[in-house]
Design a protein around this ligand. Sequence first.
Ligand code: PMP
Length: 392
Amino acid sequence: MIDQQRYLSEKVINLKPSGIRRFFDLASGMEGVISLGVGEPDFVTSWAIREASILSLEQGYTAYTANAGLIELRREISNYMNNRFGVQYSPDNEIIVTVGASQALDLAIRAIVNPGDEVIIVEPCFVAYESIVSLSGGVPVPVQTTVENQFKLQPEQIEAVITPRTKALLICSPNNPTGTLLVKEELEKIAHIVKKHDLVVLSDEIYSELSYEDGYASFASIDGMRERTIVINGFSKGFAMTGWRLGFAVGPSMFIQAMLKIHQHTMMCAPTMAQHGAIEALRNGMEDVAIMKKSYHQRRNYFVKSLNEIGLDCHMPGGAFYAFPSIKRTGLTSEEFAERLLLEEKVAVVPGDVFGKSGAGHIRCSYATSMDQLKEAIKRMKRFVEKLSVTV
Ligand code: PMP
């Protein structure tokens, strides 16, 4: 019965397992580990949001919602996009509520990709991008951003990989794993190339609420881009709602209605009780978002400064909650560094190359953990780096 070729789909057999999982599995069998490995907020969802969701259950709202999501929630998303980013979307046909940003990404790719169509992905990036494109029958075409440019996509890099099959560009700012934020002027330069080559843009803006520098802009707000951009966003990061599995996509109705066609046959709708919580999040939750953001900001400043002090060079990330220091001077590969740091000092980080080729020689550290834990992690990492410099 273990004949994979016979029983499983080729696409699944060829899918690379997530490189992050292996480290979780290693760490989960150990005691006293400080985890800088997971990409999720360390806050519990604010009480008002939980209460709104509980209330919806008490009131008996337990049935499916409209496929596109509750109209009240779509109205709130419409207001949010307008108030926060200055882009208008109609709640009637330009917004879809999804099961996390993950499902929105999957729907968006499946809605636009024909077999063999190329989608440019900007590495290092979220590990799921490549798989989502491959599963849809598309061809992921990676572009490597580099530490010399603070991992900022250079417009000429896009032009260098354009072919007649190029369909779309998938970007993410602020970025996972580098934390890199592209400011408005940088997006404008990318937009110029996008227009010239008539590309669709999938803009993953899941970290939009966590930007610490001026100049953040939604890609859809850049001149001429709204008509060709699907914005992916959600509640996981900014509102600390990872477990609620709620996200959304906004864009021109042609794209959103195509996504809705797939959604109604696959997921039907996002969880109803989570949608009720999300309405509250958008109506009254922005103060809590600001408090969490301030806390990440303080931790970023401490953590990145400390990494540099212990000899792990790290650019100052403009957003998200990741630091992406170089470990090149230790002479170890990212994988060796992460594995030995875990086994010898019990600090879990993720090797940078799981996010793409140019992540090699780096590690991803999530600083969404308490200041005490961060201080202890730095102490252990310092000891580890010092030990290496003696033995290397
Ligand atoms: N995009 C990026 C860049 C992410 O880092 C993540 C989560 N790690 C997601 C999308 C998926 O988020 P969600 O929980 O909303 O599915």
